[in-house]
Design a protein around this ligand. Structure first.
Ligand code: 2U9
Length: 344
């Protein structure tokens, strides 16, 4: 019986050694160690042995089974390792290959112009203030010297949500709110960029939603000449050091006196061309000295404090600066348009 076991052991170990895949090993396991396998058969026949022989043969049978089991386990792990190595070889990465280029985007032209304007005013000591786009009638109109039924409200056809709530038609309410927070103490020196809304039919130069940047300075002894100096610095930095500015009288309910500012044409230098409509001047923004009523409503003593304010449309600034002929280009996200503003 021991000889038989010995032969089975050698036969199984040889087959295990020669097996080339996991399936073959599984078959060997079943055929030698399974319930119907030869070793089980030998063990079943042990009853016929003498009591002296039984433990010896039993121990040997167990030894044979253990030897086959560990040979199987060893071969299985060898084959599994070989599979992993084969896979690693096939999937190896050539780290010396050049990388795929990362496609870089660019800022939207309107964002770029707004940030350029913000940076410019930040260097002059202004801070950037923001506020809600859904506003109350009070902050959008009344606090800016535009009481209900004031005829100047007609200039800003509005989207009302309720009788008292609307989409802001200008960013001026941000200034009114900021002044209130100062509790009548200056200085206030802010710019407020943001979206505004007016009921309008969209065309090449009109949009029901557009951007505004307004500025406000309130302090003791603020004069029209301060306004002129700040705006001249802005115009030269934005459109070239050779630019001249001129102020023309105008009307806004929140400022008195009010002005409109033109810059000398950057295309023709003032001689007259299609950009400046042959006048030599291009209108850039509106401005003025803050109306005493507006100061008082926001809690400032108008005998002690004065201020100036200005407002501009960044779309118009960008259109002039880059020769863009249709305001709708800013909002329709055509990549052929947007990609032209990629910086080198
Ligand atoms: C407060 C007091 C005064 C803001 C001002 C303008 C003149 C102006 C328009 C230009 C073109 C807006 O983009 S646009 O439609 N704005 O001309 N805005 S003064 O005056 C203020 C603001 C807030 C408390």
């Amino acid at each position: 019986m021991q000889d038989r076991l010995q032969a089975l052991k050698e036969e199984a170990l040889l087959k295990i050694q020669q097996a080339s895949d996991l399936k073959a090993l599984q078959d060997i396991k079943v055929s030698y160690l399974g319930k119907k396998g030869p070793i089980t058969e030998v063990l079943k026949g042990m009853g016929k042995l003498s009591p002296e022989e039984r433990p010896v043969v039993g121990a040997y049978a167990n030894e044979v089974r253990d030897a086959i089991t560990s040979a199987l386990e060893l071969k299985i792990s060898e084959l599994e390792q070989a599979v992993i190595e084969e896979k690693l070889k096939k999937e190896s990465i050539d780290v010396t290959l050049p990388g795929r280029p990362v496609r870089k985007g660019n800022a939207h032209p309107l964002t770029a112009v707004i940030e350029e304007i913000e940076d410019l005013f930040l260097t002059m000591g202004f801070t950037v203030a923001e506020g809600p786009e859904v506003e109350t009638d009070y902050y959008n109109f009344e606090a800016l010297n535009l009481p209900k039924d004031h005829p100047a409200r007609d200039m800003q056809d509005s989207f009302f949500i309720t009788e008292d709530i609307l989409l802001r038609t200008q960013t001026s309410p941000v200034q009114a709110r900021t002044m209130e927070k100062h509790h009548g103490r200056g200085p206030v020196k802010i710019i407020s960029p943001g979206k505004v809304y007016r009921r309008d039919d969209d065309d090449a130069t009109h949009s029901h939603q557009f951007m505004q940047i307004e500025g406000l300075v309130v302090d003791e002894n603020v004069r029209l000449s301060d306004l002129k100096g700040v705006l001249e610095t802005f115009a030269k930095k934005m459109f070239g050091e050779e630019r001249k500015i001129r102020l023309r009288p105008s009307f806004f309910p929140f400022t008195e006196p009010s002005v409109e500012m033109d810059i000398s044409c950057f295309k023709c230098g003032g001689k007259g061309c299609s950009i400046c409509k042959h006048t030599g001047w291009i209108e850039i923004l509106g401005a003025g000295m803050v109306h005493p009523n507006v100061l008082e409503m926001a809690g400032f003593d108008s005998k002690k404090y004065t201020g100036f304010a200005f407002g501009m449309g960044p779309e118009r600034i960008a259109m002039l600066k880059y020769g863009i002929d249709d305001i709708r280009h800013f909002y329709t996200n055509d990549l052929r348009f947007l990609k032209q503003f990629k910086k080198a």
